[in-house]
Ligand binder design. Structure first.
Ligand SMILES: [Mn+2]
Length: 493
């Protein structure tokens, strides 16, 4: 369990034998009070039943992944694999869920790292696993109680996999090198000429997991509401430190939102985009090394990931001075109208593509009105042409959940070419972007980028905007910004 001596970083002091002997003795066991099943246990077991039904008679291996090295013996903060998290609720690295068929369904066993054993020196010598270094872990029994699942020692994983009936095993690949190595990769399915490529057995497991995650249960919706509410507070924090009359660095604003994400949530759901002025025309502007300027716009795309790892994904475009200019407002209204039409189109049974069509046609009409399209809006949105996309750049939105781009491995027919259903949560986020170097638009438009993004729950009758705590109409945005500025700075607590 303890890392080999040659991997020890140069700054670690040696252990003389008397110290080793001394460190091995005199430690009292500390019981954790209040270990009881978590509220979400029934949700996790219901989800395991769903995946069990989908793959009856087959063994499923779903790892969470390992810590990733940042440099030498320093790691990036660990984040569990989302499918694994959805099925177990376990947060620690290295764990692996194995579901073995039992004739009637599946027996689920969580292979996890136990507490630092006292038979080795891991406890005080391993900077990666030693509880003296990283804090007390739950014992396997405690984990079992908390998560409502049988647990086993991670040390037995390799043997457990070797004992499986290999042809009937499916693995969620790309997370755990030991699992990927131990279970032979599936053969690529043969495809007749002209046929679409087929998924191999393991990719099918990934696809089904993504597709099952499309519908959020009540507990998940509560987590998303929690993430969105924290995100609303984060945007308020930022608005309160954004001066109207002078510039500040994009990173100051990024940092203020980050502070909220770490106090109210687990982390950021994705790297914050804080894009002042023409930076807003770069879709994934995450360098954030610019400065705001009075008179310009500020586009911020930011989301808090809550403690249960569900994330919000919200974008607002603010006038730094407090009021949109006439031209900024004109473009903003087009984006707003597109988003409003998109939100109104969301209801159970509507095609994902249809929501996109609605958003894009409003944007194209706006581009026609601005006089920048080389043809009519109707002609531009022709599936064979799509000329408006020079300025709209991306689709209307995506699923949201544990991942910011949730359910990413779902098959096309169940996502981009499918319909949305009750319990889906998705973003609606049209935008217009005029690159500073675009010679085909009037000079005054160059460098303007506007996106409005909200998080929407599909209900039985339509859609509920979860992020309605942040106004999105131009006038309301101005009023809100003014109100936040009056309140003055605040620290999350
Ligand atoms: Mn988004």
């Amino acid at each position: 369990m303890t890392e080999p001596e040659q991997n020890k970083p140069a700054h670690h002091p040696d252990y003389p034998e008397p110290l080793l002997e001394f460190m091995r003795t005199g430690w009292r066991e500390r019981e954790l009070p209040g270990i009881a099943a978590l509220d979400q246990v029934p949700c996790h077991s219901r989800r395991r039943e769903q995946i069990s039904k989908a793959f009856g008679g087959e063994t499923l291996i779903i790892p969470t992944g390992r810590e990733k090295v940042r440099n030498n013996d320093c790691f990036y903060p660990f984040r569990p694999g989302s499918d694994f998290m959805w099925l177990t609720g376990e947060h620690d690295p290295d764990a692996v869920l194995i579901m073995r068929p039992n004739g009637n369904g599946h027996d689920a066993v969580l292979y996890a790292r136990p507490r630092s054993p006292k038979e080795t020196d891991e406890f005080f010598r391993s900077a990666q696993y030693g509880e003296l270094w990283i804090g007390r872990r739950h014992s396997l029994a405690e984990r079992s109680t908390l998560l409502g699942i049988e647990t086993a020692d991670l040390a037995d994983l390799e043997k457990a996999i070797a004992d499986l009936d290999a042809p009937k095993v499916r693995v969620l690949r790309g997370f755990d090198p030991l699992v990927d190595r131990t279970v032979e990769a599936p053969e690529k399915p043969e495809v007749e000429e002209g046929e679409d490529p087929k998924l191999d057995r393991d990719s099918e497991l990934a696809a089904v997991l993504s597709e099952l995650r499309l519908v959020k249960d009540e507990w998940e919706i509560a987590q998303l509401v929690d993430a969105v509410d924290a995100t609303v507070r984060g945007f308020e924090d930022v608005a309160r430190v954004l001066p109207a009359d002078r510039g500040v660095s994009e990173r100051l604003l990024e940092g203020v939102f980050g502070m909220r994400s770490r106090t109210d949530g687990n982390a950021l759901g994705y790297s914050s985009i804080v894009a002042a002025g023409s930076h807003a025309t770069t879709l994934h502007w995450v360098r954030n090394d610019g400065r705001t300027r009075p008179g310009e716009l500020l586009l911020m795309d930011m989301g808090v990931e809550n403690p249960q790892l569900y994330t919000a994904d919200v974008t607002r475009t603010l006038p730094v001075s407090g009021r949109f200019t006439d031209l900024q407002r004109e473009v903003y209204q087009i984006v707003y109208a597109s988003q409003q039409a998109g939100i109104e189109a969301v209801r159970p049974g509507v095609g994902f593509k249809e929501i996109n069509r609605v958003c894009m046609s409003v944007l194209a009409e706006g581009l026609e009105a601005l006089g920048v399209l080389p043809c009519s809006a109707e002609e531009a949105v022709d599936p064979e042409k799509q000329l408006h996309r020079r300025w709209t750049l991306h689709g209307f939105g995506h699923m949201l959940g544990l991942d910011v781009h949730d359910c990413a491995r779902a098959r096309k027919e169940n996502y981009a070419h499918g319909t949305v259903d009750e319990g889906y949560v998705l973003t609606v986020e049209p935008g217009l972007y005029f690159q500073p170097e675009d010679e085909l638009v009037p000079e005054e438009l160059r460098g303007i980028g506007i996106r409005i993004e909200d998080d929407v729950l599909v209900t039985s009758s339509g859609a509920e905007v979860l992020s309605a705590g942040l106004p999105r109409k131009a006038d309301d945005v101005e009023e809100w910004l003014g109100m936040q500025r009056e309140q003055g700075h605040r620290l999350p607590g």
